[in-house]
Structure formats: structure tokens, C-alpha cells
Design a protein around this ligand. Structure first.
Ligand code: NDP
Ligand code: GDR
Length: 358
């Protein structure tokens, strides 16, 4: 099927999430018409894209939102048929690893079968040679450490219902590329964060708490495994990498990572230092606690409820292929990331209404 014009039309699933917000901004800057799929919710869920969200009554909008869900194939087929995207970015997912142990079947439905539904929508509509497909794959696929640093050739060993669902999504994307000649690529992205990161992921939970404690709005922060090591980069830079993958003549799979790994405990130290409350840790295991260095206040406690039934202890990515083939590089390391997130949360917490439940 020939392209009706040179117009670039993107469809982003998960447009209301962290990456959806950065990617839609990037594509709008590049002149794309951007369509996003958002879920129906009982409260507003477009906060992250508020500034680019246009009045739906605008006769020629560049950002158009559609109600939809990855668990509803008829809805996906209809949206793909209406939009006829030149590029689909499949970012939607139940993306919380710990929550996937509580909702394994839903996670598989949205994250694994949802990906299949989208690929099938492209095929059913005869768009295999027209629509390029990006799958949001993850470093969680590596799971139980087989080797470090982890690259495109490192074996996978998923350690959660989330990772197992994403493993299916990874391979079905590869399979549709090989079986039907589709331009379908996996970005195997290591953890990427930002001031827009969801509040229950560990970096944001830490930076929000550091800011809230600094503003006297919270007393203490409870965390799980302080020893876990993650390769944390900046979401904005990783979304640029997604777009770069889609501009290649040939589809392929790429790792995006910084090549630096940091323990959760260290990220906590940085964030509290940036919030003006340096802390020191004492004790071990579940008895480990963090105290304010100046007045000895107990600020951090380990709560085993945040431990996972199976944990991914160490992630450290090797982005050499993305550097060499895409020319992708990152600018922000984990230390600067912590600083940027704390600065943003200091403002959020300064302006936040008093939470009477605390
Ligand atoms: P978020 O959790 O911030 O965003 C997830 C998005 O998916 C939200 O827009 C959410 O909608 C939407 N969503 C969830 N379930 C459904 C569903 N059933 N149907 C339609 N939409 C749904 O994730 P991120 O932006 O951080 O991540 C984007 C993608 O990249 C995800 O697939 C994630 O698994 C993957 N990934 C993320 C990494 C990271 O470090 N951030 C690393 C590697 C991969 P709502 O706003 O309504 O909740
Ligand atoms: P992750 O991110 O599981 O790597 O998945 P998360 O920030 O949730 O956890 C990182 C590490 O921190 C440990 N941890 C805690 N985690 C949370 N959420 N809350 C806590 O209180 C806490 N205490 C310690 C965790 O055990 C873990 O080791 C993210 C998601 O964005 C996925 O969608 C994505 O695929 C991967 O990153 C790459």
C-alpha cells in the first residue's frame, strides 16, 4: 500500500504515561500528526500531556486522542483503520513489576496479548508494508543475571509476570517482522526516569519523599530492597532513541542504557542530599535504617511489604549497538537525574495542598 502523502502520522499507545508524554512532544516538534490512545478513567489522566493537549474542537489539531484499551481488539482495529499511522509506538502496558504479581492475568492480557492485537490489526488491515511498529521492550527481560553488561545477545530469564508478558511481546514482534516482513523493532530499554515518572516507581517515590520531608509534609519513607542495582537514564533521551529506531531502513532490536549501575540506597543518599537533608544508613537487611545526619531523625525504614517474590538484583546495559548503528547517545547520568527530579519535586511539594490523611 502506497503512502497517500509524505505526512508522518504516529499512533502512540500509552500516550498518557511518562514516555508517551515525552515522545508525543518530540514527534509534534518534528512535524508529525500524533494520535494517542487513552483509557477511560473516572478522573483526569491527561495531566502529563496537558500543555500539548488541544481543544478537540480545533478544526486541525496535531494531537488527537482516542479512547481505547489494549485489551479490546475491535477498538484497536478501528483506531488503526481510521488513523492509518505510518508509525505505531506501543508504549501502553501495566508497567509496574510489583503490581504484576498481584494482577498477573491482566498484565499478560494487556502487555503480551495487547501487543499481538496491535500487530494483528496492522496485518488484518493490510498495512504490513506501510506501518512501522515499535515495541516497548525492557531490561526486565534479562531478570536473573546471566551476564553483565547486558546487550542484545544476552539470554533472557524473566523474573515476574510483567517480564514474562513482555517476553511474549518481544518475540511476537520479532516473529511478525520475520513472518510478514513488517518494519517491527524492539527497544530493550533499561530504566528511564524523569520528573514525569509515575509516583510508585522507586526513583520518584524517593525524590517525592525527600522533597515532602524537606517541606515538613512527610515524616518517613518506607522502601523495599535497598541493594537492587539499576541502570537509570533520562526518559526524554530514551524516547529520542525510540524514534531513531523507527527511522532506520531496516527494523532491528536495540538496547538503550547508560552503562552505569547504581544501588537504590545510593539514589536515596543523592536525593536527600539534594533536598538538603544528608542521611546516613545504619544496620543491615530489614533492620537497615536511614537517619538525618544533622539531628538524627529516623527518615528511612525498610518495609518487607515492598520486597518482590522474585527480584531482579542487577541491571547494567551495554548500548554499543545503538551508539554505532543509530548514533544514539545519552547525556544524563543517574546523579544528574536525581538532582533534576528532586528540584522538580521540591516545587511540587512546596505548592501541593496539605494532605490531611498524613
Ligand atoms: P507508564 O506506566 O508511565 O505508562 C503506561 C501507559 O500505558 C499509561 O498511559 C497507561 O494509561 C497506559 N495503559 C496501561 N494499561 C493500558 C491498557 N490496558 N490499555 C491502554 N493503555 C494502557 O509507563 P512508562 O511510560 O514508564 O513506560 C512506557 C512503556 O515502556 C511501558 O510499556 C513500559 O512497560 C515500558 N518500559 C518502561 C521503562 C521505564 O523505565 N520507564 C523501561 C523499559 C520498558 P494510564 O495513564 O491511564 O494509566
Ligand atoms: P523496576 O522499577 O521494577 O526496575 O521496573 P521500580 O522503580 O519499581 O523498582 C526498581 C528497584 O527498586 C526496588 N525497590 C522499590 N521499588 C518500588 N517500586 N518501591 C519501593 O518502595 C522499592 N524499594 C526498593 C525494587 O525492588 C527494584 O529492584 C521499571 C518499570 O518502569 C518497568 O516497566 C520497566 O520495564 C523496568 O523499569 C525497566
Amino acid at each position: 500500500m502506497a503512502a497517500p502523502s509524505d505526512e508522518k502520522v504516529a499512533l502512540i499507545t500509552g500516550v498518557t504515561g511518562q514516555d508517551g508524554a515525552y515522545l508525543s512532544r518530540l514527534l509534534l516538534e518534528k512535524g508529525y500528526v500524533v494520535h494517542g490512545i487513552k483509557r477511560r478513567s473516572s478522573s483526569f489522566n491527561t495531566g502529563r500531556i496537558e500543555d500539548i493537549y488541544e481543544d478537540p474542537h480545533n478544526p486541525d489539531p496535531s494531537l488527537i486522542l482516542h479512547y481505547g484499551d489494549l485489551t479490546d481488539s475491535t477498538n484497536l482495529i478501528r483506531i488503526v483503520q481510521d488513523v492509518k499511522p505510518t508509525e505505531i509506538y506501543n508504549l501502553a502496558a501495566q508497567s509496574h513489576v510489583a503490581v504484576s504479581f498481584e494482577t498477573p492475568e491482566y498484565t499478560a492480557n494487556a502487555d503480551a496479548i495487547g501487543t499481538l492485537r496491535l500487530l494483528e490489526a496492522i496485518r488484518i488491515l493490510g498495512l504490513e508494508k506501510y506501518t512501522r511498529f515499535y515495541q516497548a521492550s525492557t531490561s526486565e527481560l534479562y531478570g536473573l543475571v546471566q551476564a553483565v553488561p547486558q546487550s542484545e545477545t544476552t539470554p533472557f530469564y524473566p523474573r515476574s509476570p510483567y517480564a514474562a508478558a513482555k517476553l511474549y511481546a518481544y518475540w511476537i514482534t520479532v516473529n511478525y517482522r520475520e513472518a510478514y516482513g513488517m518494519h517491527a523493532s524492539n527497544g530493550i530499554l533499561f530504566n528511564h526516569e524523569s520528573p514525569l515518572r509515575g509516583e510508585t516507581f522507586v526513583t520518584r517515590k524517593i525524590t517525592r519523599a525527600a522533597a515532602a520531608i524537606a517541606h515538613g509534609r512527610q515524616d518517613k519513607l518506607f522502601l523495599g530492597n535497598l541493594d537492587a542495582q539499576r541502570d537509570w537514564g533520562h526518559a526524554r533521551e530514551y524516547c529520542r532513541g525510540m524514534w531513531m529506531m523507527m527511522q532506520q531502513d531496516d527494523p532491528d532490536d536495540y538496547v538503550l542504557a547508560t552503562g552505569v549501575t547504581t544501588r537504590v540506597r545510593e539514589f536515596v543518599r543523592w536525593a536527600f542530599e539534594d533536598a538538603g537533608i544528608p542521611i546516613e544508613f545504619r544496620g543491615e537487611g530489614v533492620d537497615e535504617k536511614g537517619y538525618a545526619q544533622d539531628d538524627g531523625r529516623l527518615l528511612i525504614e525498610v518495609d518487607p511489604r515492598y520486597f518482590r517474590p522474585t527480584e531482579v538484583e542487577l541491571l547494567l546495559g551495554d548500548p554499543t549497538k545503538a551508539k554505532e548503528k543509530l548514533g544514539w547517545t545519552h547525556d544524563t547520568g543517574p546523579r544528574e537525574l536525581a538532582r533534576e527530579m528532586v528540584e522538580a519535586d521540591m516545587i511540587v511539594m512546596r505548592d501541593a495542598p496539605i494532605d490531611k490523611s498524613q
